[in-house]
Write a protein that binds this ligand. Structure first.
Ligand code: PMV
Length: 350
């Protein structure tokens, strides 16, 4: 079809991994499978304006402007350029267009919450909408799979942000249709309790990440525990499958907390080594453990590659946990900031 002009907007969520992706091979192929809850409130909204190029002189380059929260941002451009370069083989029409990309996040951008999963998945979906303009017969299933495939090339974990509530990315022998190439909705029965699971994100440190995930993944090459870690993640995913079906929260907690600590253990034992937790991260973890012991309420934590703590709990304990957060945990958050999120359904076209 002849190139046309238009615009499209997608809103895409962040996600929080239960079994972590840490370590990759060439072409953004994960070293182990991972699974995450798709979030609901932490989202990026991205608009892609496209029109056929007029300047013949730019026919061999990508032509785009990038605006973040209304302002043109040059420093984000290299990341997007790299994304376009990586996806060009699969989207050969990109150089026929000139683009304006407008993006904003629902969460404060200096919150230590990575926007790469939500941002890259939103952009990948916009590209797919353009593809649909060109090839109107694209099927829905193909649309989502390819969006996740493209998002993966932007940022691995972004492949898990297209759908919800639980997404697997990476081949696993016990999960049918699982693949390293894109994220797939978890294909088995999921217990009711997980459908509106809560995630309160305690912002311990809102600064720039000390270690970028690119550097972090790279540190798994030649890491003394790499192979054991990849096997551990696979085993944890095997154990999580029946737990997600039965709703056995004490098993759920054991797997999820162990995954978070293993992720950080990898960073502490790499060369060079890093401690990404802050003293307040540990204070929070200890408070969660004693609260759980005292009350029997199945609340647990997980971590990303940073100091912030994700507090995970079933919706039916929301009132008590929000009280607990206000009374005992807020003091450890930078400026008392935390974000209440929950499991969501995935990206939406606006
Ligand atoms: O998608 P990346 O390359 O930014 O890697 C993210 C990795 C973790 O967030 C630490 C874990 C995960 O599986 O999301």
């Amino acid at each position: 079809k002849k190139a046309t002009s238009g615009e499209v907007t997608w809103q895409s969520p962040s996600n929080i991994a239960l079994v972590k992706y840490w370590g990759k091979l060439e072409n953004q192929i994960p070293a182990n499978p991972s699974i995450s809850f798709t979030l609901d409130h932490c989202r990026s909204t991205t608009t892609l304006k496209f029109s056929p190029k007029k300047e013949i002189s730019t026919k061999d380059s990508f032509d785009f402007k990038f605006f973040f929260e209304g302002k043109e941002k040059e420093d984000f451009k290299p990341k997007i350029l790299k994304f376009f370069e990586r996806i060009e083989t699969y989207c050969p029409y990109l150089k026929e267009y000139q683009f304006e990309i407008y993006s904003e996040n629902s969460f404060p951008h200096s919150s230590g919450i990575a926007s790469s999963a939500s941002g890259m998945s939103a952009l990948a979906l916009c590209v797919m909408s353009l593809e649909r303009e060109i090839f109107p017969d694209i099927e829905e299933a193909y649309f989502n799979k390819k969006a996740s495939f493209l998002a993966r090339l932007g940022s691995g974990s972004a492949s898990r942000s297209i759908e919800g509530p639980l997404v697997v990315w990476g081949e696993h022998e016990n999960i049918k249709n699982s693949t390293d190439l894109y994220g797939e909705k978890f294909p088995y029965q999921v217990h009711e309790i997980f459908k509106n699971y809560q995630d309160s994100i305690l912002l311990v440190d809102k600064g720039e990440k000390q270690v970028s995930s690119t550097v972090g993944h790279d540190l798994m090459h030649g890491h003394p525990f790499a192979e054991v870690r990849f096997k551990q993640a696979e085993d944890n995913l095997s154990k999580l499958i029946p737990v997600l079906e039965s709703g056995d929260l004490s098993e759920f907690i054991k797997i999820v907390e162990s995954e978070a600590l293993s992720l950080h253990a990898m960073m502490m034992s790499s060369q060079p080594y890093f401690i990404l937790m802050k003293p307040n991260t540990l204070e929070i973890i200890n408070k969660i453990w004693s609260y759980r012991e005292k009350t029997g309420i199945p609340v647990c934590f997980t971590l990303d590659a940073g100091a912030n703590v994700h507090v995970l709990y079933p919706d039916n304990h929301r009132t008590e946990i929000l009280e607990f957060i206000k009374n005992e945990l807020v003091v450890y958050c930078q400026n008392g900031h935390y974000i209440c999120d929950q499991v969501g359904d995935g990206a939406k076209k606006l």
